[in-house]
Design a protein around this ligand. Structure first.
Ligand code: ADP
Ligand code: S3P
Length: 289
């Protein structure tokens, strides 16, 4: 019994590290997970082409799915799994590779159990968030990023209660700049982020009014300040981009707007070390394949 699912990456509107409330939108870069059930009771993960990658998150995620649902699916005796991810999302770059890996694994495991339709996608998403907390790869649980990747569109969430406050389908183009470094969320300076809480509260207000572009830009300046990332990429996108921000805890930046504007920004960002990609936003989220 094999299962397979694909989950998209996401960009940030509001980083949740200041107040616990966050907002993100799905973009068209993907992680695929395959889950093969076994009878040895062991869960073993691998990440394609990244033998050094930490497999704790996807293993915990598959374990939680089996603990929660294997019996309901009619499986008795020890059940194990071989989990494999294959990803085009750079890891620890602020583009939510962890949320995509957890969502794809959760849905692939449910697919292997043949019970995808019996479980709400938002519950599968919460299970991935639990796995992320257990694996220690997150500061707040990152339900904002996970919900955007699971449901598609832009979501606003309370990560303290894993509650979805708003979801809307947006149809933007997004430009993503990823410098060559990595920044693991678990290592982010949460205390520094908490100092910009008044600005994060303003970003939340703007996002809940549907003013996502302005929300992103305020978020960008606030969190570049708190996390000491350069504001140059933000300024190079302004004033023409609809919104531009540091994505997550960095080091990537994401701008949204019309294609002509983003192509001009792309030329400016191309002078920097790293990669720039023009991608579509996604409204469909995680799906089995
Ligand atoms: N394709 C993947 N397969 C398995 N685990 C992954 C994958 N991508 C990310 N992860 C997990 O997520 C961690 C990175 O999470 P994080 O620092 O939050 O970065 P990001 O912003 O990309 O989500 C990795 O150390 C690993 O545990
Ligand atoms: O670990 C977390 O709780 C979070 C990490 C950040 O994202 P990245 O994982 O992309 O850095 C942030 O934007 C998000 O709101 C919450």
């Amino acid at each position: 019994m094999d299962g397979r699912a694909v989950a998209p990456a996401a960009g940030t509107v509001l980083n949740a590290l200041a107040t616990g409330r966050g907002s993100a939108f799905a973009i068209d870069l993907e992680t695929t997970a395959t889950v093969e059930l076994t009878t040895d009771g062991e869960v073993v993960g691998t990440v394609a082409e990244r033998p050094e990658a930490d497999t704790g998150l996807i293993e915990r995620c598959a374990e939680l799915v089996l603990e929660e649902y294997a019996e309901d699916a009619g499986l008795a005796g020890p059940v194990g799994a071989r989990v494999r991810t294959d990803s085009e999302i750079p890891m620890a770059a602020g583009l939510k590779s962890s949320s995509a890996a957890a969502n794809a694994t959760a849905l692939a495991a449910l697919d292997a159990l043949e019970i995808t339709d019996a479980v709400d996608r938002i519950d599968a998403c919460r299970l991935g968030v639990r796995a992320a907390r257990d694996a220690g790869v997150t500061a707040t649980g990152a339900f904002d990023d996970a919900s955007a990747s699971m449901l598609g569109g832009v979501t606003v969430t309370d990560n303290a209660s894993d509650e979805l406050l708003a979801r809307e389908e947006v149809d933007w183009e997004a430009l993503v700049y990823t410098p060559p470094e990595q920044a693991f969320s678990a290592d982010a300076d949460v205390a520094a982020c908490e100092r910009v809480a008044p600005l994060a509260a303003l970003v939340e207000e703007l996002a809940l009014e549907g003013r996502y572009g302005e929300a992103m830009t305020v978020n960008g300046f606030a969190f570049c300040g708190a996390l000491e990332f350069p504001t140059g990429p933000l300024l190079e996108a302004l004033p023409d981009a609809t919104g531009v921000s540091l994505s997550g805890t960095g080091p990537s930046y994401v701008a949204v707007g019309d294609r002509a504007t983003l192509e001009a920004v792309r030329e400016r960002w191309a002078d920097r070390d790293g990669t720039t990609r023009l991608v579509a936003t996604r409204t469909d989220g995680t799906r089995t394949t």
